[in-house]
Design a protein around this ligand. Structure first.
Ligand code: G3H
Length: 487
């Protein structure tokens, strides 16, 4: 509600994936702490958001578009002033490399700028009058109410803002709950929120997700749930709402995007794209390539080149130039990855790169696992980490059936040089997933393109312009044509 409040209650320590040596051995470095609010404070934030939406003329949703744009511009101007601090925290809190942390920050600023441009265009188009059957109408885009915006730990800044900014600029009031890793980096932004927006328009709620979010949902006054994370958490949040049918959902969930490498693929290109797709930010991206289907005619050669290239990747601390593999923020992750690789090895696969699968504290060296088949956990489970399963196939029916039967439906990458064969695959695949990438890795951007998915992978569409629609509803003012002047 535009106030900084003193907190006298308990705090939660924030530990970095980066480990330091202490007297008792290696330990995750302590980087800060955040307040563990109770359901009571959480509901105070909701009250503020509801008041800011409802308080009549002059309130946030009734501000002219130009007024809301000015506030968002002012916020972006102030946000640029804390770039170094946010980038530093992205490295320390989630282990993102310096290059990727800077990219995440700059991409977020670009997203804000592009959203403002898209809104000006939407506003120009939607303020037109239409006449039909003697009725003159002006269709408008109106906000939905209070939006709860929760981003994931792998893009704590960027993906939170891909929902928060469109929600705000369309006139919704918001509650922002930072993810469980990547929480401190919102602190340098609190002043900017407070100075750029009227009270109650942006409310930041710190605390354990299981404590502060169920009361928000159970209260029934949240109108939009914008959540990027696991489907289990999304389902629980949605079910906590007393009238879930009233909720607008914008969800980005899990995926297990496959690559299909055809016999005529350019192997160097396919290997380079599969590495970038599988191992950028240690494979901790919903869009990461999480299983590679490679034709048996080229599988041995592909795996040889892939293994050598993976062993050549630089691993280390996030701030070291040129580093690609870094420590993992989730405490149980190295144990999980070790188990899932061991399961594949027990069932006949091998870790084919020399350094694959070694664990040192929070660091897991990337493992290429081959040959993977449907009996192994790696075939279906979303590993969300630096493990690259390779499945040999003879008949295209195998990867196509995999995609059709999958509970996920985000993207696929196809590698091959025969344009006609690629073209034959596009239609059936684009009816199963939402993006088919030709000779390139899966990815979300550029952000002007629609980002969505089918089945259990997403609800709603995020792109610069689609997000404006996701956070608004078409309403209209109508009058009889004869009454046009009065209207
Ligand atoms: O984690 C899911 C993100 O939406 C991935 O985004 O493809 O730009 O890395 P990206």
């Amino acid at each position: 509600d535009g106030e900084m409040r003193q907190w006298d209650g308990p705090f939660q320590e924030v530990r970095s994936p980066v480990c330091v040596r202490t007297e008792s051995g290696w330990e995750r470095q302590l980087v800060g702490r955040f307040p563990l609010l109770t359901p009571q404070e959480s509901l105070t934030a909701l009250d503020a958001a509801v008041r800011a939406y409802d308080c009549g003329r002059g309130s946030w949703p009734t501000l002219p578009v130009a007024g809301r744009i000015a506030c968002v511009q002012e916020f972006a101007r102030r946000m640029k002033g804390v770039r170094d601090e946010v980038v530093r925290l992205l490295m320390w809190e989630i282990g993102k490399t310096l290059k990727d942390a800077e990219k995440e920050f700059d991409r977020t600023i670009d997203y804000i700028t592009d959203t403002i441009d898209a809104l000006k265009e939407l506003d120009r188009v939607s303020s037109r009058f239409t006449i039909a059957q003697g009725i003159i109408g002006q269709v408008r885009r109106a906000p939905l109410g209070v939006a709860l915006c929760m981003g994931p730990y792998n893009y704590p800044l960027n993906e939170t803002f891909t929902t928060l900014i469109p929600a705000l600029i369309m006139g919704n009031t918001t509650i922002l709950k930072p993810p469980r890793h990547g929480v401190l980096l919102f602190q340098p932004l609190l002043d900017a929120f407070r100075e750029a927006f009227p009270p109650g328009v942006v409310n930041t709620v710190y605390g354990a997700g299981r404590t502060v979010t169920p009361p928000l949902m159970a209260d029934g006054r949240v109108d939009v749930l914008a959540f990027i994370g696991t489907s289990t958490a999304a389902d629980a949040l949605q079910k906590a709402h007393p009238k879930p049918h009233r909720l607008r959902l914008v969800l980005g969930l899990e995926a297990k995007n496959p690559a299909i490498v055809l016999p005529d693929a350019d192997l160097d290109l396919a290997v380079a794209e599969c590495i970038a797709g599988s191992l950028s930010f240690n494979g901790q991206r919903c869009t990461a390539l999480k299983i590679l289907f490679v034709h048996t005619a080229i599988a041995a050669e592909f795996v040889k080149r892939l293994a050598a290239a993976v062993d050549g990747l630089a691993g280390g601390m996030p701030w070291v130039p040129g580093v690609m593999v870094t420590p993992l923020p989730e405490p149980g992750k190295t144990a999980y990855l070790t188990d899932i690789v061991a399961d594949a090895v027990e069932r006949g696969a091998a870790v084919v790169n020399v350094g694959g699968g070694r664990v040192r504290e929070s660091y897991f060296s990337p493992a290429v696992v081959f040959p993977v088949d449907e009996r192994m956990r790696l075939y279906r489970e979303e590993q969300f980490g630096p493990v690259v399963p390779v499945v040999p196939f003879d008949d295209l029916e195998t990867p196509v059936r995999y995609i059709v039967e999958s509970d996920y439906g985000q993207q696929v990458s196809l590698f091959g040089q025969d344009a006609e064969q690629l073209a034959r695959l596009i239609d059936p695949l684009v009816n199963q997933v939402c993006r088919v990438n030709l000779n390139s890795q899966c990815q979300r951007g550029p952000d002007i393109f629609p980002f969505t998915a089918r089945k259990d992978s997403a609800v709603g569409t995020l792109s610069v312009s689609d997000a404006l629609r996701s956070f608004s509803i078409r309403t209209m003012v109508a009058a009889k044509e004869g009454d046009m002047n009065k209207a």
